[in-house]
Design a protein around this ligand. Sequence first.
Ligand code: XMP
Length: 326
Amino acid sequence: MQSNVRPENMERITTKSLADAFIAEQVEEIRRQVGDKKVLLALSGGVDSSVVAALLIKAIGKQLVCVHVNHGLMRKGESEQVIEVFRNQLDANLIYIDATDRFLDLLAGVEDPETKRKIIGGEFIKVFDEEARKLEGISFLAQGTIYPDILESDGVKAHHNVGGLPEEMNFELVEPVKLLFKDEVRVVGSALGLPDSMVYRQPFPGPGLGVRCTGAITRDRLHTLREADAILREEFDNAGLTSKVWQFFTVVPDFRSTGVRNGKRTFDWPVIIRAVNTVDAMTATVPEIDWAVLKKITDRILAEVPGAGRVLYDLSPKAPATIEWE
Ligand code: XMP
């Protein structure tokens, strides 16, 4: 098994040719480790698990079984993209589980943010475990562990990510990118032909939209949040801001405010836009967004998103505010 220490002389992967060399080396290594056995991977659609999936598909094709659990808290179009890229384009062995109802039923009425996180993380493991037990002949578990995970948390894949798996599963691990830093994983992902929208995906919390639909999640408010978020992303893209702003999203809090539409009183939710720039997420600043862009987003959300009655831009830096709202 590969050591968990990055050799001092290991060259930083910054170019396609360095990435190609890394890929060729890892393909050999994976084939040597796995032989003709089967490998299981929880594929979230995030950068790390997607790059690991693409590497393994190149190395062992259908011996890799990817499981994508949709917890119902994904952003608009995200699960569809996982299916499109991995099943349709890369011809992967992909099991897609829509567990939306399971998660949302469990979360109904739960207000406390930490309890919500625990429910989402715990249920994710349960769903994945149930699925893994149905499969036969799996010998290995692939993980998108990267070097910062090793440095920060004793080799456990991002402590707060949904994706921690039951230890009693007892599979041997395959962790082909565990000595790489995030920027290198992205270069490798591009060299493997993954789309930019996957490779340069901004950080998305494991509990997904669950921590942005504050308080007790309801299906209608979650729908408002998802649609508003999609408009924000589309308009940031149109304005050329996607690669300039580190992380941006919408939040829909669990209270309503008064409005008026067509002469009638309304009582709808506020949609809060959150956009931040940061280096390490420990502190963050709020970028000045062009007024015309904010106005266009506001107009579109109010016209197109059911349940949205106001749009606000959060001006709070971290600290004292955190990036997420809960
Ligand atoms: P905060 O809100 O603490 O966020 O300023 C810092 C960064 O961490 C992300 N974040 C999470 N990621 N699970 C995750 O995988 C979580 O529960 C979680 N909470 C916050 C957040 O999106 C930001 O990038």
